[in-house]
Ligand binder design. Structure first.
Ligand code: ATP
Ligand code: MG
Ligand code: MG
Ligand code: MG
Length: 562
C-alpha cells in the first residue's frame, strides 16, 4: 500500500495520558486513537495487526474443532436474570433500555446467550460435545479503564463455549483448549505462563489464566523457580482466617451492630492493625462468624466473591442477614452487586475460599478439590498467612518467586452453573435427561496485541514479530523527486506485491529523516531503502529488530524476504 494515501497519523511526543509503552507506541505510531476513556478506534495499520492476531486465534480454534459463529452484542436482560447475573455482574455491565423500556445489556460475555441457544437446539448426546466461538467486541464498564488497549471498556475478545455430556468429556475439551491457547501465545512470540487461577468455587484444577510476563501487568503470579508450579497470587494462600480466639476476639454483639463502615473501623473493631490493601470479609460458619482477610485490590476481591456467587457457592439467604453484615462494615459485597436479598456467604463459601487457597493436592496445586470437606474446622486455618517470595513451592519443588503478568487468556470449567439455571439438558444414551456440562474460554485479542508491543519494542518504536506485523516490508524511497529512485522503488513495489509480500511503500515527499523515524516507530520487520545507489540497482535492507543491514541488488529482494 502506498503510504501517501494511507491514514497513519504519527506523533512525535507521547500522549499525556499514556504511561506504558504499548499505549504510547500504538498511539504515536498511528495504530489506534482514543475516542473516550477506554474506547479506541483501530486505524488502518492497527486493524491489520488486530486481524493477524485474530486469525492466529481463529486458526488454532478451528484446529481443535471449535466452530466460529456470531452472537449479538445486545443481550436481553431476561437471560441474565435467569442466571442471577443481572444483579451480580454489577456496574461493569453496560445496560440500556429500548424504546419500549425493555432492558438490555451490551455483551460483556455470552454464557447466557449461548446457553439459551443450545438448550433449544441441542437435544441428544449424539450432538455433543459441541464447541463454538466468536471474535467480537465486548463491553465492560471497567472501574478504571487504563493502559490503552490493556484495560478498555470496549475491546475485542475471542470467547468460546463448550457443551459436554460428562465431566470427563469436559476435561478433554479443556485440555485441547489449553493446548490451543499455548499455541496461540507461542505463535505470537510471547513470553507467557499458564497459571492456576482463582476458580472461586469451581475448585480443583478447573481454571487457568495465561499470563504474559510484564512489569506493567496488573496481576501478580507466584511461581516456583524450578518446577511448573505457577498461580495467580489473587488465589494464592489467603491470608489469615481468624477464628474466634483469644488473640483475635470477635465481639459478636458488635458484629450485629450496624454502623462501622470503613476498614479502619473494622480494624479498630477487631483490635487488629489491618495493613493497607487488606480487606476483611466476614463469613458465617456454623453459627460462628469468621473474618477472612484477603489482600489486593478491592475489585479483585469483589471478583473473587462474585465468582463464589456465580458458582452457586454463595447461598441465598435473608435480606436481613445481608443488611446486618453490610451494615457492620463488611462492604466487600457492595460493588459486586450481590443482590440485596442475597446473603453473604455461608459455610460453603468459607470452605471454598479455604479450599482454593490452602494446602496442596496430590498434583501439587495449592488448593484442594471444591467438594467441601465435611470435617472442616475453621480453627485449623487460624495461622494462615500470605504466600511470600522465598517460601517453599506448594508442590515441594523449588522456592516461590513473584512476577507481574498481563492476563491474556482464561480457560474455565463452568460445570453446570449455567446449564442448571437455564435448564440446558440433553437426552443421554438411555433416553434420560441430563444437565449439560459447560466450559468457557476467553482470549483478549486487543489486549494480547498490546501485550505483544509490551514485549517487542525499543527506544525508537515497535519491533513486531513477523507474523503479526502490519506488513512484512517497509519500502522507502529516500528521495522520490529523483527519477531513478522513484522508478526503482515503483518497480520493486510491484515486484514485491506480485510475489505475495505485504508491503507498505513510503512514496511520500518527506525528508529522509522523517521517513526513517516513522519507519522505526511502525516496527515493520524489514526495511528496504532505495537511495543513492538506485542507479546501479542497489538497495539497502535493514532488519528492524536487530539493526542488521546489508546492500542487495533489487532483483534479490523478493527471495531475501521469503
Ligand atoms: P481482568 O482480570 O483483567 O479484569 P477478566 O478476568 O475480567 O480480566 P475474563 O472475563 O476472564 O476477564 O475475559 C477473558 C479475557 O478478556 C481476559 O483474559 C482478558 O484477556 C480479556 N479482557 C478482560 N477484560 C478486558 C478489558 N477490560 N480490556 C481488554 N481485555 C480484557
Ligand atoms: Mg475483569
Ligand atoms: Mg482476571
Ligand atoms: Mg479472567
Amino acid at each position: 500500500m502506498r503510504q501517501s494515501h494511507m491514514f497513519i497519523p504519527t506523533l512525535k511526543e507521547n500522549p499525556a495520558d499514556a504511561d506504558i509503552k504499548s499505549h504510547q507506541l500504538l498511539v504515536r505510531a498511528g495504530y489506534i486513537r482514543q475516542i473516550a476513556s477506554g474506547i479506541y478506534s483501530f486505524l488502518p495499520i492497527g486493524q491489520r495487526v488486530l486481524r493477524k492476531v485474530e486469525n492466529i486465534v481463529r486458526e488454532e480454534m478451528e484446529k481443535i474443532g471449535a466452530h466460529e459463529m456470531a452472537m449479538p452484542a445486545l443481550e436481553p436482560s431476561e437471560l441474565w436474570k435467569e442466571t442471577g447475573r443481572w444483579s451480580t455482574f454489577g456496574s461493569e455491565l453496560m445496560r440500556l433500555n429500548d424504546r419500549h423500556n425493555r432492558e438490555f445489556a451490551l455483551g460483556a460475555t455470552h454464557e447466557e446467550v449461548i446457553t439459551s441457544l443450545v438448550r433449544h437446539e441441542v437435544k441428544s448426546y449424539k450432538q455433543l460435545p459441541l464447541t463454538v466461538f466468536q471474535i467480537q467486541n465486548k463491553f465492560r464498564d471497567e472501574a478504571r479503564p487504563r493502559f490503552g488497549l490493556l484495560r478498555g471498556r470496549e475491546f475485542l475478545m475471542k470467547d468460546a463455549y463448550s457443551f459436554n455430556e460428562s465431566y470427563e468429556s469436559l476435561d478433554e475439551t479443556y485440555e485441547k483448549m489449553f493446548q490451543a491457547y499455548s499455541n496461540v501465545f507461542s505463535r505470537l512470540g510471547l513470553n507467557f505462563r499458564a497459571v492456576i487461577a482463582d476458580s472461586g468455587a469451581m475448585g480443583g484444577k478447573d481454571t487457568h489464566e495465561f499470563m504474559v510476563l510484564s512489569e506493567v501487568g496488573e496481576d501478580v503470579i507466584a511461581y516456583s523457580d524450578t518446577s511448573r508450579y505457577a498461580a495467580n497470587i489473587e488465589m494464592a494462600p489467603v491470608t489469615a482466617v481468624y477464628e474466634k480466639s483469644a488473640e483475635a476476639p470477635i465481639d459478636m454483639e458488635k458484629v450485629e451492630t450496624p454502623g462501622c463502615k470503613t476498614m479502619q473501623e473494622v480494624a479498630d473493631f477487631f483490635g487488629h492493625q489491618l495493613e493497607e490493601g487488606l480487606k476483611a470479609i466476614l463469613f458465617k460458619v456454623d453459627e460462628q462468624f469468621v473474618l477472612a482477610v484477603t489482600r489486593g485490590d478491592h475489585e479483585v476481591n469483589d471478583v473473587k466473591l462474585k465468582n463464589l456467587y456465580d458458582a452457586g457457592v454463595v447461598e441465598l439467604a435473608s435480606a436481613e442477614d445481608t443488611k446486618r453484615l453490610m451494615g457492620a462494615g463488611f462492604g466487600s459485597l457492595g460493588p459486586v452487586g450481590v443482590p440485596e436479598d442475597v446473603d453473604v456467604v455461608a459455610d460453603a463459601a468459607v470452605e471454598a475460599l479455604v479450599n482454593v487457597t490452602c494446602g496442596a493436592n496430590e498434583d501439587g496445586y495449592h488448593y484442594k478439590n471444591a467438594t467441601p470437606e465435611k470435617d472442616f474446622h475453621v480453627s485449623r486455618y487460624a495461622d494462615l498467612r500470605f504466600i511470600q517470595e522465598g517460601d517453599p513451592s506448594p508442590d515441594g519443588e523449588g522456592v516461590i518467586q513473584f512476577a507481574r503478568g498481563i492476563e491474556v487468556g482464561h480457560v474455565f470449567k463452568l460445570g453446570e452453573f449455567y446449564s442448571q439455571r437455564m435448564n440446558a439438558t440433553f437426552l443421554n444414551d438411555q433416553g434420560k435427561a441430563e444437565t449439560m456440562i459447560m466450559g468457557s474460554y476467553g482470549i483478549g485479542v486487543s489486549r494480547t496485541l498490546a501485550a505483544v508491543v509490551e514485549q517487542y519494542n525499543d527506544d525508537r518504536g515497535i519491533t513486531w514479530p513477523a507474523n503479526v506485523a502490519p506488513f512484512q516490508v517497509h519500502l522507502l524511497s529516500m528521495n522520490p523527486k529523483k527519477e531513478e529512485q522513484k522508478e526503482l522503488a515503483d518497480q520493486l513495489y510491484d515486484q514485491l506485491l506480485e510475489s505475495g509480500i505485504e508491503v507498505l511503500y513510503d512514496d511520500r515527499k518527506e525528508r529522509a529523516g522523517v521517513k526513517f523515524a516513522d519507519s522505526d516507530l511502525f516496527g515493520i520487520p524489514v526495511r528496504v531503502t532505495v537511495g543513492k545507489q538506485a542507479g546501479e540497482g542497489i538497495v539497502e535492507v535493514k532488519e528492524r529488530a536487530t539493526g542488521e543491514q546489508k546492500e542487495l541488488s533489487a532483483s534479490e529482494i523478493a527471495d531475501y524476504i521469503k
